[in-house]
Design a protein around this ligand. Structure first.
Ligand code: F6R
Length: 360
């Protein structure tokens, strides 16, 4: 590919989503530091018996703000279940034995505000994580700890600082131990991919960033991303990034469950007229049973798909592998947008929907 063509691709990235992806390694410790500043206030919200952790940590948040809830148990060793709530209602079973964190980058998301109100009514909120907005105003009024996020980003591009902040809140509540180690491992993993792209991307004069090559193979295809164990959360992140950055349909699923349903669905794939791509996210230290399922499924569906990309983690820890494979999805989805001739940053449809709902 000529430099002119690479430059013309980059011209679509007018809000610099590639630049935002490159900040992931610094975002992670920044998030942890931000939570540390609110640590005392977070701990005051939890008056468990000496040394006791909450029964569950309930994390309410949507889209780019909700992904931290999936990544936390994927990447860190948690000592209590982490329950993601992606909707308007806090489950009935949430009581003062549990703690709730509400995450909204804008602080204006209807579902998260609704959950926050229910959590305040039950006196179970540990903290909010936000840049401000109504969520911060309501948290201040209710005397709830606020972990402040840096403003000016797309929520989904702030995944590193959101994860770091949530990990810090979990650490303050005793739900995780050694948050600093988890962050170091995540940074090491994410840097494997970021370094390859900041060193070889067109913006640096290199002509073949690896994610661009993968994006070329996925171009004009319906993408199905499969994970297992900790990469189930990453597969969902890939799906959301392909939806929001590349603006194309994408689906996520997980082994071993997909062997009991999706596997059969592939029989109809050719008849849809679409061309299909499978992205396989092998988990860190995949068991023989899981690896066999990836291998056998790949063979069984080979006739239905046009492209099959398998990502094996190179990182040497689970946190590292989680963020390494997440970064692949971020870069591939951005380059896919650029290949399609569109700007990865705006998500006009989301704003349109939020606007219509607000007008009702
Ligand atoms: C946009 C994005 C969206 C938002 C979601 C919730 O970049 O990632 O998925 O995260 O619409 O909004 P916030 O994050 O402001 O609560």
């Amino acid at each position: 590919m000529t430099t002119t063509t690479l430059d013309s691709l980059l011209a679509h990235d007018s809000s610099d989503m590639l630049g935002a992806a490159a900040t992931l390694p610094t975002q992670l410790p920044d998030g942890l530091a931000r939570a540390a500043r609110a640590r005392e206030a977070i701990q005051t919200s939890w008056i468990g018996d000496m040394g006791a952790t909450p029964r569950t940590l309930v994390v309410c948040g949507m889209g780019g703000s909700g992904v931290g809830a999936d990544l936390l148990p994927a990447a860190a060793d948690v000592r209590a279940p982490v329950i993601a709530v992606k909707g308007y209602d806090l489950p009935e079973w949430v009581t003062d034995e549990d703690r709730v964190v509400c995450v909204s980058y804008s602080g204006a998301t209807a579902e998260t505000l609704a959950c926050f109100q229910q959590a305040v009514d039950r006196s179970v909120v540990a903290a909010v994580i936000t840049t401000g907005g109504e969520l911060a105003e309501r948290a201040t009024a209710a005397d709830v700890a606020i972990v402040e996020l840096p403003s000016g980003m797309q929520p989904r591009a702030a995944v590193g600082v959101i994860f770091g902040a949530l990990l810090g809140v979990a650490d303050a509540l005793g739900v995780v131990h050694d948050a600093a180690r988890t962050i170091d491992e995540a940074v090491a993993g994410v840097s494997l991919v970021v370094d390859e792209h900041t060193g070889s991307g067109p913006e640096h004069g290199g002509d073949q960033p690896p994610a661009l090559e993968f994006a070329r193979q996925l171009h004009d295809r319906v993408i199905v991303v499969s994970g297992a164990a900790h990469t189930e959360a990453v597969a969902h992140r890939w799906k959301a990034q392909v939806n929001e950055n590349s603006k194309v349909p994408c689906f996520a699923s997980a082994y071993p469950e997909l062997c009991h349903n999706e596997l059969v669905g592939w029989e109809f794939a050719r008849a849809t007229g679409a061309t299909w791509a499978l992205v396989e996210l092998l988990p860190f230290e995949a068991s023989d049973a899981i690896r066999a399922r990836f291998d056998i499924t790949r063979r069984l569906v080979a006739d239905a798909i046009d492209v099959d990309l398998r990502f094996e983690p190179r990182a040497t820890t689970r946190a590292g592998a989680t963020f390494e494979q997440l970064a692949w999805g971020d870069y591939v989805s951005i380059y896919l947008a650029l290949l399609r001739g569109i700007d990865p940053t705006p998500v006009n449809r989301i704003h349109e929907l939020k606007g219509e709902l607000a007008g009702r």
